[in-house]
Design a protein around this ligand. Structure first.
Ligand code: NOJ
Ligand code: CA
Length: 806
């Protein structure tokens, strides 16, 4: 089990300036996420309600697609006003509240800065087309009397546009546009344009956003005789934007959308003075090629060609996004291959790409989906998850443009997939009802219920990725085993070394890795924490099932063994008072560090293989009114990969001789030391004779121990209730502690303390009680009583069962 210490840090401090390197980004469109006012369109208020979902998923940063006023002919990338919120998505107040709630959960927010073009409905363009040729207002855009200029420039949206020039009647001239004809390109040769865009950027910084995705930045400047992409003048503009950003706020990032070849994309990092991040466009399609060809070459080759980038920069990795899976950065043969494999239906093709989501691209194969995500989370860069892909949502390519991948998020099997209560015909796009991906099956609620679902797997893999800095910051080194169907590489950072091994094939594979330089180390498979056999000088042999993957953390052999055995006692700086022990900062120390480590060493803690999310002590009733009486802690443990559990942990403080006696007889029962001159310990009270007697008495004498949300109540059996003279005698803890703890009183009574508490009927208790009190069956230990936790509105929970020997 891994303890994820969820230390609350202010977002400004988390990760420092390089926070984006450790980020896990979740990309979403506000309109597609959740509709709070039931008009069929998602909005900021709806998104705010879903922040807990995103926080629980483990993502750290949200990237919001454009949410500004827009005619909506390019899904909001055609902006008509940079400074306001599209009224369909809410008000500025809704946005502020969203930002506040996101920050409260330590979620950062990246928004869109679409600087290449505006909508033709933007007031800047309306003014430009009315203004005199050559005037400053006119020159906010790029005009020409002929459409024969810049003929070496490719057309990007080749399915809809024939030329990058469109005739404007009122201006009596052509205007330049690299995308749709309703999206005129801004003219960065006009200094006013630059200043206006910087003002826009500052406005959103003032509103608290953490960074900007710079849309379509290779095309900012045009020059005769060039292809108008990646020009030095364009880089100069980006450097100036970066300088303005840094001068205005620290800690903020620029993410470059530059769909270019590796050398050209990496130019957008500059010398660490342009963008902090850039999408690795060339890598993405090659991940799909590698799995289709069952060969690692496409991946290792493109990463080999990828230049090193400045230290303060990071790649942004993705499998899918809101656009088509672009095939611009592959060769013609590679593109044909991709179409043949991934877009057999011509409807799936658009421009130079494939408009499908992750799950349909992978034929809904869970193994392949896991494998691709494993690569996403282990290759160098910051991973980006496209909304809905965490539950394997389907698509609908009949919807036109790229809308098939932009349908509403599927929350439940209710009307409109729980996205909205509007009339289904009113939704901005229909919900997916393809039989294989129908929202009644593919939705968050169903995935939450099923611990084997993709959603739970995603939570686990995200949590695991966050445990190792080697993934987010480490170096990359490929291993080239003979078997080319296996991709293997090292990620290393400071003392961490992770070996990633992935089987790209649909059949089982065996592979020999040269790990000789790590001879003596032990690979720990990180999800199970199982130790594999130690590495020797000879080749390390691994077998992998179809599309299987491993993340191994290498541990020095001696350490690996020692760490798992030796339990170093922590010290709490607190007075020896049990009733104040959970006050103030000590609670955090106990809940975040001491107890997670302690329960891990207990036989009765059955979830050692799970990844712990959170631990809380929710009850602490005292067994008597004496000042330092033992207390019953109810410890609620929640996991990244399993349902929440509650454990009973009676605790007590002992000093001096009493403490030394526990150290000798039951060292494993000691939870922590308390600072001070005299030896003082916090330990499991089961090992205290006085506590055991108190338990017994509490049951037979119907005592009540007051808790916060409920009470512990003693319930004697009929015979015990009738005979108040029972002497309890000497007690002992029965050895061989299992999932519960058992105590024996004077050889006459058994007392069983249930460690994992379950609500409702306890079959053990019900049966013994029935046999004793109804059936008068005397061949089993008789029911003598129970200790129950009673709380409002639910069945009592049995904490102890007392039985008398026959
Ligand atoms: C890039 C965006 O990702 C895409 O959705 C859009 O169509 C183009 N920019 C043009 O605005
Ligand atoms: Ca709405």
């Amino acid at each position: 089990m891994n303890v994820i210490t969820d230390i609350k840090v202010s977002p400004q401090l988390a990760g420092g300036e390089l926070w984006f390197k450790d980020a896990i980004i979740y990309q979403l469109h506000v309109k597609a996420f959740a509709d709070s006012n039931n008009d069929g369109i998602g909005d900021f208020a709806g998104l705010t309600e879903k922040l807990d979902y995103l926080h629980d998923l483990g993502v750290t940063t949200l990237w919001l697609l454009p949410f500004y006023p827009s005619p909506g002919r390019d899904d909001g990338y055609d902006i008509s006003d940079y400074r306001r919120i599209n009224p369909d998505f809410g008000t500025m107040q809704d946005f502020r509240r969203f930002m506040q709630e996101a920050k409260r959960r330590n979620l950062r927010v990246i928004t869109e800065l679409v600087i290449n073009h505006t909508s033709d409905e933007h007031s800047w363009f309306k003014r430009a087309r009315r203004s005199k040729p050559g005037s400053d207002a006119r020159n906010w855009y790029v005009w020409s009397d002929t459409d024969q200029r810049y003929l070496d420039t490719r057309v990007i949206f080749k399915d809809t546009e024939k030329s990058n020039w469109t005739w404007d009647q009122s201006a009596n001239a052509f205007y330049w546009h690299r995308f749709f004809s309703h999206q005129p390109d801004l003219n960065y040769d006009n200094p006013r344009v630059f200043r206006a865009i910087v003002q826009v950027m500052k406005k959103w910084l003032d509103l608290g956003v953490d960074g900007f995705r710079l849309d379509a930045i290779p095309y900012l400047i045009e020059r005769d005789g060039t292809n108008n992409e990646n020009l030095p003048e364009t880089h100069a503009i980006i450097r100036r934007i970066r300088a303005e950003l840094d001068a205005y706020r620290s800690d903020k990032v620029l993410l470059a959308e530059a769909n270019q070849w590796p050398e050209d994309v990496s130019d957008y990092f500059g010398n660490g003075d342009e963008c902090h991040m850039a999408y690795h466009f060339p890598l993405m399609p090659r991940i799909y090629m590698a799995i289709a060809q069952e060969d690692r070459f496409p991946i290792s080759d493109i990463l080999r060609q990828t230049p090193d980038i400045p230290n303060n920069c990071q790649w942004a990795l993705f499998l899918r996004n809101h656009d088509e899976l672009t095939l611009e950065m592959v060769t013609d043969e590679e593109r044909d291959y991709m179409y043949r494999v991934y877009a057999t239906d011509p409807h799936a093709r658009i421009n130079l790409g494939i408009r499908r989501r992750l799950a349909p691209l992978l034929a809904n194969s869970r193994r392949k989906i896991e494998l691709l995500n494993t690569l996403l989370f282990s290759m160098p860069g910051t991973p980006i998850i496209y909304y809905g892909d965490e539950i394997g949502m389907g698509d609908n390519f009949y919807l036109g443009d790229r809308n098939g991948c932009r349908t509403p998020m599927q929350w439940s099997s209710d009307r409109n997939a729980g996205f909205s209560r509007a009339n289904p015909q009113q939704l901005y796009l229909p919900i997916t009802i393809d039989p294989e991906y129908h929202y009644e099956a593919v939705n968050v609620e169903n995935h939450q219920k099923n611990l084997s679902s993709l959603l739970w797997w995603m939570r686990r893999v995200i949590a695991m990725r966050k445990n190792f800095k080697a993934f987010s910051r480490g170096s990359l080194e490929f291993l080239y085993p003979d078997n080319a169907k296996v991709l293997a590489f090292l990620r290393r950072y400071e003392k961490e070394t992770i070996v990633v091994v992935v089987n790209l094939s649909r059949f089982a594979q065996s592979v020999e890795l040269d790990l000789s330089r790590f001879a003596g180390c032990v690979p720990m498979e990180v999800f199970s924490r199982n130790l594999f056999r130690p590495i020797k000088k000879s080749p390390y042999v691994i077998t992998l099932g179809p599309h299987a993957y491993y993340w191994f953390a290498l541990q020095a052999q001696t350490n690996g063994r020692r760490v798992s055995k030796k339990h170093v006692l922590p010290t709490i700086n607190a007075p020896a008072e049990l009733h104040t022990l959970l006050d103030d900062g000590r609670r955090a120390q106990l809940e975040q560090a001491i107890l997670p480590n302690y329960i891990q060493t207990c036989r009765w803690f059955g979830s050692k293989a799970r990844t712990l999310r959170d631990l809380k002590v929710v009850e602490q009733p005292a067994v008597s009114s004496e000042t330092n009486a033992a207390r019953f802690w109810f410890v609620v443990v929640s996991y990244v990969d399993g349902p929440t559990e509650t454990y009973a942990l009676p605790v007590k403080i002992a000093s001096g001789n009493a403490a030394r006696a526990v150290s000798r007889s039951a060292p494993h029962a000691i939870i922590a030391r308390l600072a001070g001159a005299e030896e003082t310990i916090l330990y499991d009270a089961v090992w205290d004779a006085e506590f055991r007697s108190q338990l017994f008495e509490a049951i037979v004498q119907r005592q009540i121990m007051k808790g916060r949300a409920g009470d512990l109540v003693g319930v004697p059996g009929k015979a015990m209730a009738a005979d108040s003279s029972v002497a309890l005698g000497k007690s002992q803890v029965l050895g061989g502690e299992q999932s519960n703890s058992s105590m024996l009183f004077d050889n006459k009574f058994f007392l069983k303390l249930y460690r994992k508490l379950e609500d409702g009927v306890n079959p053990d208790v019900e049966i013994t009680r029935f046999l004793t009190e109804r059936a008068n069956f005397s061949n089993v230990p008789a029911f003598a009583g129970a200790l129950e936790y009673r709380h409002e509105k639910s069945e009592p929970t049995v904490v102890c069962l007392l039985q008398a020997r026959p």
